[in-house]
Design a protein around this ligand. Structure first.
Ligand SMILES: Cc1cc2nc3c(=O)[nH]c(=O)nc-3n(C[C@H](O)[C@H](O)[C@H](O)COP(=O)(O)O)c2cc1C
Length: 571
């Protein structure tokens, strides 16, 4: 299927149409940019800026912009428009029209239908249960999709969440996260087994640098042909990626070699392996631009079109029955950014950072307050605990914490020395005093106890490889710094590791002075509904602007609204 968002380059000159100056709402029109004619009850015409603003924000009603004899613009929800018609004596010139609309129309409606959603909106996973059970439930009850933050949790913590969420939500929308875990392959496989056991039918995969057998096993489990001869895959994946190479793997069928391994292990039959060659690993893929947590810091404005082009190439190459879809994440925190993502062709939008600041998140009130104070530039890159040795970094909050500086120091030491014993004594003492607040020998004992429970092979490896031992000790700090932030450990506030992208500053700027500036008022649903509704209003304003109607600031500024007000303005 050809996607309309890919516009072929025009060879003709683009300036064949004369440029028309716009008309101001509600000011005087600089020229006569007339679309057609309007007839209707003139007592319904609004002139006042605030009335016009409210009328534009009521998405249930169409808007007609008309001109009086002084070229003053006015707006009505009613009447009849005739595009291209001459303006007869009983009619008024029509300068703009926008039909009734809904945030549901912003993205790909099939995304909502396939996942049982009211709106094309997803709350991305946030590790260590920051995307908590409460958060997933709140989103699901509002018809939004949210991904439980399973990364960093133990198997039994994930199982508790799986049990709880499948029981309380039943057929409502939700998904669970599966994160690339090159250091804990056994864990990834065990998590997949757990998802299969609880019949979790939708997962969000993330941070993958290559496909793994557990991810393929999840996707093809139970694949079959239905009575109509169509291929059905009970398990679906929404993949997250920020690079073309990785996105290509998710948009391709599962690798033949892995399918054969699954046949050999008895996980699937030969017939299932054949069917699997006709499906993509993931029908939906979220493009992750500069975001909180793991990120390549790519700008959304450049990355999204590239991955949308990839989607079209893959769709053509593999000729899938179902259309591939691309969602946008990274920096979405205001109505304008959500509207921009949709207008660039995103099937859905996904938020992360702003959700951590919400009351349902598994973070602490101290962190919520720190996030509420953050500005655009208050973020930086620091080492990731899960891929520390590989030098992978993630984006964190800089303001009010020294975590990034300390984490980067540990990575520098790891690069420079082969073992803890090789670190100069002065340096080691400084680490023990300021970062670990205990002798490193004691920290090793704690680390060993932890890994003996979770992944004993790590301890065996560390006892043979001193550099690995050093990595595990340093990862103790990186791992706990997140926990201290989530539990609000006051004595360690200066060490809080808070994953955060520039989205937070943008959100704070937009909500400044409004009821959503207050951390206690930030709920998942209030944030989501404001972004979606605001995006739909911005889209409507842009549609009118494209017709030549120019708006004054008083008309276009959209402050955060209460959910009840939003519900009155959308269907
Ligand atoms: C605190 C936090 C934890 C995150 N943990 C995960 C995770 O475990 N798995 C994942 O797929 N994405 C994770 N992310 C990324 C989000 O799901 C989302 O893709 C990203 O935050 C979107 O960009 P934004 O931060 O600009 O909104 C995390 C983000 C944050 C802020």
């Amino acid at each position: 299927m050809t996607q309309v968002t890919q516009i072929p380059l025009a060879s003709e000159k683009l300036d064949e149409n004369p440029v028309v100056a716009g008309t101001n709402v509600s000011g005087h029109a600089p020229d006569h940019h007339i679309l057609g004619s309007w007839t209707g009850d003139r007592s319904t015409l609004l002139e006042d800026d605030s009335e016009i603003h409210n009328a534009i924000c009521d998405l249930n009603q169409p808007v007609y912009i008309v001109q009086d004899q002084n070229q003053q613009n006015m707006l009505s929800h009613h009447g009849e428009a005739r595009i291209g018609a001459q303006v007869e004596s009983d009619a008024m010139p029509l300068t703009g029209f926008a039909p009734a609309s809904s945030p549901r129309q912003l993205g790909d409606i099939s995304f909502c239908e396939d996942h049982g959603l009211r709106f094309p909106y997803m709350c991305g996973a946030m590790a260590n249960g920051i995307a908590s059970i409460e958060l997933v439930e709140a989103a699901a009850n509002a018809g939004l999709l949210s991904s439980f933050g399973a990364a960093g949790l133990t198997l039994s913590e994930i199982e508790n969440a799986a049990k709880h969420i499948t029981e309380t939500l039943g057929s409502k929308p939700f998904c669970f996260n599966l994160i690339f875990s090159p250091n804990e392959k056994g864990h990834e496989d065990a998590v997949v087994s757990l998802y299969l056991k609880y019949e979790i039918r939708l997962i969000e995969t993330s941070a993958y640098m290559k496909l793994t057998l557990p991810a393929v096993r999840y996707r093809v489990h139970g694949i079959h042909r239905n009575a109509n001869g169509e291929i059905e895959t009970p398990n679906r994946i929404i993949a997250k990626a920020s690079r073309v190479e990785i996105a290509t793997k998710w948009f391709s069928p599962p690798p033949e070699k892995m399918l054969q391994e699954l046949v050999a292990s008895g996980d699937i039959t030969e017939d299932q392996a054949v069917l699997a060659t006709e499906i993509p690993m993931a029908q939906d893929l979220t493009v992750e631009a500069d975001s909180g947590g793991h990120t390549d810091n790519r700008p959304a404005i450049t990355l999204l079109p590239t991955i949308i082009a990839l989607r079209d190439r893959c769709q053509k190459e593999f000729n899938y029955t179902l259309p591939l879809r691309v969602g946008a994440a990274g920096g979405i925190a205001t109505p304008a950014s959500a509207a921009a993502a949709f207008s660039m062709g995103a099937a859905y939008v996904l938020t992360g950072t702003v959700n951590q600041a919400c009351i349902e998140s598994g973070s602490s009130d101290i962190v919520r307050k720190m996030l509420a104070d953050a500005q655009q530039a208050d973020v930086t890159m620091a080492p990731a605990v899960d891929m520390f040795e590989m030098g992978v970094k993630l984006q964190v909050l800089k303001r009010g914490t020294m975590f990034a500086m300390r984490g980067n120091k540990l990575y520098e030491l790891y690069r420079a020395y082969d073992s803890i014993d090789a670190i100069p004594e002065k340096e080691r003492l400084s680490l023990e005093k300021s970062i670990f607040k205990a002798p490193l020998d004691d920290i090793w004992q704690l680390t060993r106890d932890f890994f003996n429970q979770r992944d004993p092979e790590q301890v065996i490896k560390a006892e043979q490889d001193q550099k690995h031992k050093m990595a595990l000790i340093f990862r103790w700090y990186l791992g706990l710094s997140s926990r201290w932030a989530n539990t609000g450990e006051e004595s360690r506030q200066v060490d809080y590791q808070v994953w955060c992208g520039p989205a937070m500053g943008a959100f704070n700027e937009w909500t400044k002075g409004s009821w959503l500036a207050e951390p206690a008022n930030r709920t998942i649903v209030a944030v989501a509904m404001n972004l979606l509704y605001g995006a739909a209003v911005v889209t409507r304003i842009n549609a009118l602007r494209n017709q030549g109607v120019q708006f004054l600031d008083q008309v276009t500024h959209l402050a955060p609204q209460e959910i009840s007000v939003i519900e009155q303005n959308i269907s």
